[in-house]
Design a binder for this molecule. Structure first.
Ligand code: DQA
Length: 158
């Protein structure tokens, strides 16, 4: 809906393979399942979600650049580019938008190469280790940040 804050939920490489990709680590939900759950939660929170995925670093950069003028916040699971991409770091910095860094897995419990993130230094906050539910937690955090009308409803109006 046009009058709702538009939130970019952006997914990086290999996240299109959720459901079949290492389910012991990433769970059984597909990216389509997660998208559906995001739209339902966004509706309740008074947000509109623009849910995207790309396997290409440059395309992710372009999408983030465009969000600067069209979106109110970014929820980003950059996948493996989290650990490698200065270009995505720079795009997020120039977007001047609130950014929630998101990971399905707890990257700090995993291999050492996943412990460093180029995203964290330009993120408002980080959510990791809660599986697909992390996307909904991120939307709740964003609703607070942008002052959406449903923000806080999950806490009995607090
Ligand atoms: C991930 C963690 C990354 O280390 C990994 O490369 C991914 C997914 C996660 O959601 O847990 O692709 O971002």
């Amino acid at each position: 809906m046009a009058d709702r804050p538009d939130i970019l939920v952006l997914n990086g490489p290999n996240l299109n393979m959720l459901g079949v990709r290492e389910p012991a680590i990433y769970g059984h939900d597909t990216l389509g399942d997660i998208e559906e759950a995001c739209h339902a939660r966004a509706d309740a929170l008074g947000l509109a979600v623009d849910f995207r995925q790309s396997n290409h670093e440059g395309e992710l950069v372009t999408i983030i650049q465009q969000a600067r003028d069209t979106h109110m916040a970014i929820v980003l699971n950059a996948g493996a580019y989290t650990h490698t991409s200065v270009a995505i770091h720079d795009a997020l910095a120039l977007s001047e938008l609130p950014v929630i860094e998101l990971h399905l897995s707890n990257t700090f419990k995993r291999e050492a190469f996943r412990h460093h993130s180029y995203i964290s230094g330009v993120a408002t906050g980080v959510i990791a280790g809660f599986g697909a539910h992390g996307y909904l937690l991120a939307l709740e955090a964003v609703a607070r940040l942008v002052g959406a009308e449903g923000a806080g409803d999950e806490e009995n109006g607090a």
